[in-house]
Design a protein around this ligand. Structure first.
Ligand code: AMP
Length: 484
């Protein structure tokens, strides 16, 4: 399949680093408030990325960080008179509930920044040792002038970057140097001891410390919305490529366009936001997913209630077709003249809709074209039912196609699925995710040389009929074989 790479600006053939395994990381939220539907746009899209990659046979590990250490969290907690940790945990919980409600069910592991401080300190230490970072009275900074590739993702030269000055601090060598460790004395929950004194990590370093811990120095896909290209993702590249000496950090950088309101990015700072919770009071999650996926992920989308209402109606048309299929099948079951209504010539043809749908998804996750294929299928089936020229087999096939397309997009298309919404995550997905989780826990144990516990996990999975085969050194990590 082809995926657009922000780095090259072109669609490129997607092949994972390790055989069949795809390591996917998407920047998670800073948990100081309820998430809005702009966040939801980005997370719904990457949920579909995971669903589709799994559908075409990849084993996907989808990792997301949770920024639970941040100035915004500390300030908001002070305002509310509660501890920063309590505030962060409260909004993390709400974020997870929101994702569940939206059918974003394919994230295998949420990694909190506060639980990866040792990894962050280790990475900063190595950057200092290699001469890419330096300590001042206020903290530790990355020396942007030492990393020749700085700007390669956002396609900016060092001179261009000089224009975006960030974090004025007279102790820095270059105005654009960004913070890796902030020396602070803000209290126990938000400061940690480090070789550079008490403090807390800068924003960018948490992601590379986390991805290095779970994926190593290089991995397949990194996602986020396009506001993160600079400086956040640029800084991630500098940190990890400088630490490891390996390039590229990420094979495919993928960035979503914004969800806008009246042409302006929805954001907390502009105050033009609708929270996911508020939106779900008025609309159902499937209609919202339909709305998001009706546009290509790299294009902006303009949010309005009337646009969402339109999506609800379009989705209803698909569901009506699914209902008509069921009713027609039921009628055939009970009708005596079933044979006379079967038209064998009309059997062929439905697989073309599967091909169209998959071709669209293979072409950089072109969900609007995939939805077009769904509507073409719906039109064809309605026509054939009305003309009484559809066979029972074709009816069954059409129902199956709608189920499959719905599962890939995380939207309930068929009547049977609606109500026990696909978007709440089917059991197959959840079982797969749990197995992936156990595999990764076991990998961690092996890295810590806890062979006994690692073996116990393997043996107990084997008792359940799930056989793990350890990969050869350097190769893919595991393959899962369901035993007979
Ligand atoms: P934040 O918590 O603001 O760091 O955002 C979490 C994720 O949502 C990041 O990938 C952002 O780029 C993305 N995001 C924020 N606002 C929007 C928006 N209006 N449209 C699409 N994605 C957004």
């Amino acid at each position: 399949m082809l995926i657009n790479s922000t780095m090259s600006g072109k669609k490129e053939l997607f092949l994972p680093i390790h055989d069949n395994r795809v390591n996917l990381f998407v920047c998670g939220p800073t948990v100081y408030d309820n998430s809005h539907i702009g966040h939801a746009r980005t997370y719904i899209f990457f949920d579909v990325v995971a669903r589709y990659l799994k559908h075409i046979g990849f084993s996907v590990f989808y990792l997301q960080n949770i920024t639970d250490v941040d100035d915004k969290i500390i300030d908001r907690a002070a305002l509310q008179g509660i501890s920063p940790r309590l505030l962060a945990r409260t909004f993390e919980e709400k974020y997870r509930e929101d994702m569940q409600a939206l059918g974003v069910t394919n994230i295998n592991y949420y990694a909190r920044a506060s639980e990866h401080i040792a990894e962050i300190i280790s990475q900063i230490g190595r950057l200092i040792e290699k001469g890419f970072a330096y300590e001042t009275q206020t903290g530790v900074y990355f020396d942007e002038s030492r990393f020749g590739d700085f700007g390669k993702l956002s396609h900016q030269s060092l001179e261009d970057l000089e224009k975006h000055r960030i974090e004025p601090d007279p102790t820095k060598r270059n105005p654009g140097d960004f913070s890796l460790w902030k020396k602070r004395q803000d209290g126990p929950e938000v400061t940690w001891d480090s070789p550079w004194g008490k403090g807390r990590p800068g924003w960018h370093i948490e992601d590379t410390a986390i991805t290095e811990n779970y994926f190593g120095a290089q991995y397949d896909i990194h996602g986020g919305a396009m506001d993160l290209i600079f400086p956040h993702h640029e800084a991630e590249i500098a940190q990890m490529e400088a630490t490891s000496g390996k390039k590229p950090l990420v094979r495919f950088w993928m960035h979503t366009g914004f969800l806008n309101v009246n042409g302006e990015k929805m954001s907390k700072s502009l105050g033009n936001f609708t929270t996911i919770r508020d939106m779900l009071q008025k609309f159902d999650a499937d209609s919202f997913r339909f709305f998001v996926l009706s546009s290509h992920y790299r294009s902006p989308i303009d949010f309005s209630e009337s646009a969402l209402d339109q999506s609800r109606k379009s989705l209803e048309r698909i569901r009506q077709a699914a209902k008509a299929i069921e009713e027609e099948l039921e009628r055939r079951r009970t009708s005596a003249d079933e044979a006379s209504q079967e038209n064998e010539n009309a059997r062929a043809g439905l697989s073309e809709f599967r091909t169209k749908f998959l071709d669209a998804m293979d072409n950089d996750f072109n969900t609007p074209y995939a939805l077009k294929a769904v509507f073409e299928l719906v039109r064809e089936v309605n026509r054939r039912i009305n003309e009484r020229s559809i066979s029972k087999e074709s009816l069954i096939e059409a129902g199956q196609l709608l189920d499959d397309f719905g599962r890939i997009l995380g939207i309930s298309f068929s009547v049977a699925q609606a109500g026990q919404s696909v978007s709440s995550g089917n059991n197959e997905d959840k079982t797969g995710n749990l197995i992936e989780l156990l595999i990764d826990v076991r990998q961690k144990l092996r890295e810590k040389k806890d062979w006994a516990l690692a073996d116990e996990i393997r043996n107990r999975l084997s008792e359940q009929g799930i056989v793990l085969e350890d990969a050869k050194a350097g190769g893919g990590r595991y393959s899962i074989k369901l035993s007979e």
